[in-house]
Design a protein around this ligand. Structure first.
Ligand code: ADP
Ligand code: ADP
Length: 227
């Protein structure tokens, strides 16, 4: 089953002489449960692409279908709800809210949606992420690996169909990087959660089912390594 379809996606930042074409007519589809690594030089458009897939920022032209919904036909409110329910997003520098505890950071997406926290689901995620003893800590009291696990917890609270990760291990040593990728892969394999990871780490890219190389805002190579 196809979960994502990207059609003729382009993104231009700015206008006139300073305009930057970050994405130039990109099209591809993603199967449900696929693990894709996105690689390519700095500035080639990888983060922009991930944001377009996640409904974070609107493209200049082209379409993104998630589960057959044309997401950029949604209004801002609908798009925000779609994003919180369907998309998990994690970043290199975690993007946690510094004044909120670990528990508050993880449950924040539910509170924003006025959903009650499913305590069983919360406890299950916290246990898998091994954060039981850190729930009342603030982010700056945690190691990098722990902070990234909190951001994964936050991303997982709504059981998103798609997990998008922008250099999730870019700030971690190899031991912590391995732990983070193993966690993301576990959710990918066990729950069939579609996983798209931007990475500069070849060891991570080679664990994916498929590697898409981006150069100058275009797909330079799209290679299935595990059919
Ligand atoms: P990558 O993730 O591959 O490093 P990005 O998607 O971050 O690439 O950036 C692609 C291009 O778009 C770069 O030239 C970058 O400078 C430009 N760019 C990214 N975000 C913005 C923005 N908000 N405003 C203007 N230009 C941007
Ligand atoms: P790692 O090797 O995982 O990066 P660290 O050496 O950064 O771990 O931290 C080791 C332990 O000390 C971790 O369990 C972390 O929670 C705790 N810790 C790190 N920094 C702080 C801090 N500023 N305040 C309280 N606890 C901390």
């Amino acid at each position: 089953m196809e979960i994502l379809k990207i059609e003729n996606l382009s993104k231009i930042y700015g206008k006139g002489e300073t305009a930057v074409k970050a994405l130039d007519d990109i099209s591809f589809s993603v199967r449900k449960g696929e693990f894709i690594a996105i690689i390519g030089p700095s500035g080639s458009g990888k983060s922009t692409l991930l944001h377009m897939l996640g409904g974070v920022d609107r493209p200049t032209s082209g379409k993104v279908f998630v589960d057959n919904t044309d997401i950029y036909k949604l209004n801002e409110t609908q798009l925000a709800i779609f994003r919180r329910r369907q998309i998990g997003l994690i970043y290199q520098f975690y993007n946690l809210i510094p004044v909120l505890t670990v528990e508050e950071n993880i449950t924040l997406p539910l509170l924003l949606d006025e959903h009650k926290v499913d305590l069983k689901h919360f406890e299950e995620i916290v246990k898998i992420l091994n954060l039981q003893n850190r729930l009342q800590h603030l982010p700056n009291q945690l190691s990098g690996g722990q902070q990234q696990r909190v951001s994964i917890g936050r991303a997982l609270m709504n059981n998103p169909a798609i997990m998008l990760a922008d250099e999730p291990t870019g700030n971690l040593d190899s031991k912590n990087s391995g732990e983070i990728i193993d966690l993301l892969k576990m959710f990918n394999k066990t729950y069939n959660q579609t996983l798209i990871v931007i990475t500069h780490d070849e060891r991570i890219a080679l664990q994916a089912d498929r590697i898409i190389s981006i150069e100058d805002g275009r797909i330079a190579k799209d290679e299935v390594i595990r059919p």
